[in-house]
Design a protein around this ligand. Structure first.
Ligand code: ATP
Ligand code: MG
Length: 332
């Protein structure tokens, strides 16, 4: 098995190192290839996702990606490397599970499946200085393939419920196409409960009653926003994992970004990266037992009181990782 590891910017390299340490306890024979991408790479090389990195990622088939920082202003030639990577590797569906932490009042267990390749993220913008426009693309093919991932996932879960998120009342052509394409796919799955919800209503319901949801499927932008919202029920951005899948390649990537405010302080929570690796083990490498071992070690470490500051604890990233790896070793 091969893994291409891209730390990226800010806390990216910190959380990725922690996840890799744990992964190597579980899979000592794993072949690891390090590669570069991100804003710092752009500053140094003039390109955020070097060709070399892309080739390495393709060759490995599995990527662990930390985070890419981005400039707050428009920089000529800069394109988000993670968006490029997902597109280049044809990782068209981003799976973002949220489960409420043990002992919390609300029993949330949902997954947002986000379309990864189109919508407003195609980056086609124009401006004359007074009026700016951004092009939004929705295609039947991309909507159907993300619909397939969402339907298969929903069908494999006990509640078998799928919520299609859209805004077809305002955008009947584009969002209507997304909704109808996913509906068509869902019709091929017997016993699936399918509902359609407008994105604003979905946001309200998520905040008011997140336990009502099982699997949500949404175009890129709505999925981005709703999954960050959902992450709040799972213990915050420090613990929210994701996995991008598609035509053979997969990218394990925490939902959070580069978090420049805490970068370099050794306090980033590596849990999001670790749980992303668990998704990779379970869904891509077909190692559910190893994934469960990692999840159990994570839960035990937290229960023992070892927590990073974002979860109210006082442990550093390194202390958390050491405690976790010790538990992993003990559980073998
Ligand atoms: P970017 O532009 O790269 O997305 P950002 O400023 O939006 O960076 P995020 O990484 O998206 O930052 O996270 C928002 C905030 O959540 C951070 O400022 C940080 O305080 C907190 N946070 C995110 N990830 C973690 C983590 N792994 N551990 C602890 N805190 C985190
Ligand atoms: Mg962010």
């Amino acid at each position: 098995m091969k893994l291409c590891v891209i730390g990226g910017d800010g806390i990216g390299p910190e959380v990725v190192d922690a996840a890799l340490a744990a992964l190597l306890v579980l899979l000592p024979q794993l072949e690891v290839h390090h590669a570069e991408a991100g804003w710092q790479t752009f500053v140094k090389q003039g390109v955020a996702l070097p060709q070399e990195t892309l080739e390495r990622a393709r060759e490995c088939g599995a990527v662990l990606f930390g985070a890419a920082g981005s400039p707050a202003y428009k920089v000529a030639g800069y394109r988000s490397p993670i968006v490029e990577l997902r597109r280049s590797l044809a990782c068209y569906a981003n799976i973002r599970p949220t489960t409420s932490p043990m002992g919390s009042a609300r029993a949330v267990d949902l997954v947002v499946v986000r379309e990864n390749t189109e919508d407003l993220y195609i980056g086609e913008e124009a401006s004359d200085g007074e009026v700016a426009t951004a092009l939004r693309r929705i295609s039947r093919a991309a909507s159907r393939r993300v619909g397939e991932v969402a339907c298969a996932l929903a069908a494999s879960r006990p509640r078998r419920k799928l919520t299609i998120v859209h805004k077809a009342n305002i955008l009947p052509l584009s969002d209507g196409l997304f909704r109808d394409s996913v509906r068509e796919v869902a019709a091929g799955y017997a016993g699936l409960e399918v509902e359609e919800v407008l994105v604003d209503t979905a946001a309200y319901r998520l905040a008011a009653n997140p336990a009502a949801f099982d699997v949500l499927v949404a175009p890129n932008l709505y999925g981005d926003i709703l999954s960050d919202l959902a992450a709040a029920f799972g213990g915050g951005l420090g613990v929210a994992p994701s996995l991008s899948v598609g035509e053979g390649c997969a990218i394990a990537e925490p939902v959070h970004g580069s978090a420049p405010d805490i970068a370099g302080r050794g306090i980033a929570n590596p849990q999001a990266a670790l749980s992303s690796v668990a998704l990779l083990l379970d869904r891509v490498w077909q190692q559910p037992a190893l994934a469960r071992r990692l999840q159990a070690a994570l839960a035990d470490t937290l229960a023992s009181g070892v927590r990073t500051p974002d979860l109210g604890g006082q442990s550093t990233s390194a202390e958390f990782t050491r405690a976790l790896c010790a538990r992993l070793q003990a559980s073998s």
